[in-house]
Design a binder for this molecule. Sequence first.
Ligand SMILES: O=C1O[C@H](COP(=O)(O)O)[C@@H](O)[C@H](O)[C@H]1O
Length: 242
Amino acid sequence: MTTTVVVHPTRQGLADTAAARLVVALVDAQSARGEAHVSMTGGSMGSQLVSSLTRVPARDAVDWSRVHVWWGDERYLPAGDPDRNDTQNDEAGLSALGLDPATVHRVPGPDASASAEASARAYEATLRAHGGGAFDVMVLGVGPDGHVASLFPHHPAAASRDAIAIAVHDSPKPPPTRVSLTRECLERSREVWFLVSGADKADAVRRGVRGAPFETTPAAHVHGQERTLWLLDVDAAGDLGG
Ligand SMILES: O=C1O[C@H](COP(=O)(O)O)[C@@H](O)[C@H](O)[C@H]1O
């Protein structure tokens, strides 16, 4: 397993390059296994990545009808809520890619589940029916506090084991109720890509890349089975030194 840091001059360049990488990774996965599984992220970079994906010249090399889309976490809000990660990805152009809605696996919100726990169980059951969360590529953002998906520093839910997906209550970042993949699940992917932009993330990136304790920096302890990439813009890389 290797960890690589790649620094891009601009945020747009970061998103465009990550989108091109993702197209190639999906083509490779489909050629090796017939279908591809990617876990997307919300937050600032999630939608920018989707927007860039819609403009990658080679995107037609992917058979989008055989791409399974998942999310590493979701804000527990009704379908279509503008604060949901999937809604924001949709608005950035996800539907323009030619995906089959049956292979876009959304986390149920309060309109489709009795509780965040029930939502996590339903999402976990869907994941178990499709390989248990061993994605080809897991795309993750990182918060300024070092959180990843909805695993927050010093939050008891972050330490959950023996599950694939969990309910998260009292999130320090709104909305307070979320559903997240667990640390165990996040580590099952072939490749983990952190996409991080902005000077406000520079300290979290430094801690993540240098391996700070899980309790303070959950992002530091998520690795791909084959490869971990920290894809940064120059501002997010600002505290890494030469
Ligand atoms: O709330 C969330 O935050 C993180 C990071 O978001 P950002 O806006 O600080 O980039 C995101 O990765 C996660 O999916 C989302 O639910």
